[in-house]
Design a protein around this ligand. Structure first.
Ligand code: PLP
Length: 398
């Protein structure tokens, strides 16, 4: 099919949730690269929004899918699943959590976290504790509960009344958080580095104060590591940057390297609040998803891709900072590891994104002023150099 045929079908039959997409359709990928219907080559600096951590068609990922698909794909959670048990073990042995539950997406993993926090207090005899405090500019998903948790009006405004009981407070403001905590609060939920609002890192001191506050108030701390987890920020888990451990954290995106899977990860005694029948999923944790995610996570760990993310992230930030010194309309370069945002003083983020696409580079934009880069964790210096040269040229044309 030609690109125009595909666009015509999409416009006629697909619900218009994504508006006018960029006019490209990919047919093949390998490593950092993708090719479109016209054979044009692109360097992927977005990785499907922090998903394709191993790049495209990584042999470990492809083999895991093929190997499991040839055996069987699905059997339901009525039975024991070897890859599910092994993936849970791999996550537990490499993180601060004691138990894991598998869902199909980030939003679903967060739904699980919300349910678990509420249930923990209900089972402790405190059913009134069901409120969750989140941060402004956060993003936790598109289901009704995670939408209510998301601290951004633009996602919520058409869906009121929102699911109770969520409230958002300003980021990096411990006093505002403390004042918001009441006898109804069961948890604080936050992204250590906010992704969807344009890469906004949370202060180290603030996160430590939040941990201390949650301990003092006897409430749970949930980290949404759906975007910032799994090596993205230069450590396997973002919480490692802060010297604190969450009681519950969630993963998705990179976990399956492109295959849908999410994980709800919790310490004891919180994890055990889920008893048989309290939560479930038809597809969540199925053999294909878990065999794939096991291969992806093993590769991230064994190939030390978190380290590559840290080293390449520093290099990338340094190069972008040089561009900032050169081009006055670059206001700020921020992020950690390979989760990078560049804020412009001018509303040209979409234009820059489109020019990058023309130049064969995929990046993201947030609002009118921020461009966002979330490349695969396998990225090299040469990849970054190529992008910087292209971006420099684009900046010179702005
Ligand atoms: C921090 C965070 N949490 C949750 C989600 C929702 O994940 P999903 O789209 O897989 O439901 C996202 C997606 O962008 C995210 O960035």
């Amino acid at each position: 099919m030609t690109l125009n045929d595909i666009i015509a079908l999409d416009k006629k039959y697909f619900m218009n949730t994504f508006g006018d997409r960029l006019p490209v359709c990919f047919v093949r990928g390998k490593g950092m690269k993708l090719w479109d219907t016209n054979g044009k080559e692109y360097n992927d600096f977005l990785a499907g929004i922090a998903v394709s951590a191993l790049g495209h068609s990584h042999p470990a990922l492809v083999n895991a899918i093929v190997e499991q698909a040839q055996k069987f794909i699905h059997c339901s959670n009525y039975y024991y699943i070897e890859s599910q048990a092994k993936l849970a073990q791999l996550i537990v042995e490499n993180s601060c959590c004691d138990r894991v539950f598998f869902a199909n997406s980030g939003a679903e993993a967060n739904e699980g976290a919300i349910k678990l926090a509420r249930l923990y207090f209900r089972k402790k005899g405190q059913p009134e504790k069901f409120e969750i405090i989140t941060l402004e500019k956060s993003f936790h998903g598109r289901t009704l509960a995670t939408l209510a948790a998301t601290g951004q009006d633009k996602y919520q405004k058409n869906y009121s009344p929102l699911t109770p009981k969520f409230l958002s407070v300003p980021n990096n403001d411990i006093k505002a958080l403390e004042e918001a905590i009441s006898e109804y609060t069961c948890a604080v939920m936050l992204e250590p580095i906010q992704g969807e609002s344009g890469v906004n890192p949370t202060n180290v001191d603030y996160i430590r104060q939040v941990r201390e506050l949650c301990n003092r108030k006897g409430i749970l701390l949930i980290f949404d590591e759906v975007q910032c987890g799994l090596g993205r920020t230069g450590k396997l888990f973002a919480y490692e940057h802060y010297g604190v451990e969450p009681d519950i954290f969630t993963l998705a995106k990179a976990l399956g390297g492109g295959f849908p899977i999410g994980a709800l990860c919790a310490k004891e005694p919180y994890a055990s609040a889920f008893a048989p029948g309290d939560h479930g999923s038809t597809f969540g944790g199925n053999p294909l998803a878990c065999n794939t995610a096991f291969a992806v996570l093993s590769t991230i760990i064994n190939d030390n891709l978190s380290k590559n993310s840290a080293v390449m992230g520093d290099y990338f930030m340094e190069k972008l900072s040089q561009l900032k010194d050169k081009w006055p309309f670059i206001k700020e370069v921020r992020g950690k590891g390979l989760m990078i945002g560049v804020e412009l003083t001018v509303p040209k983020a979409v234009e820059v994104k489109k020019k990058c696409l023309d130049a064969g580079y995929l990046i993201g934009s947030v609002g009118e002023n921020i461009i966002r880069m979330l490349p695969p964790l396998i990225i090299t210096r040469e990849d970054i150099d190529g992008f910087i040269t292209a971006l420099d040229k684009i900046m010179s044309e702005l």
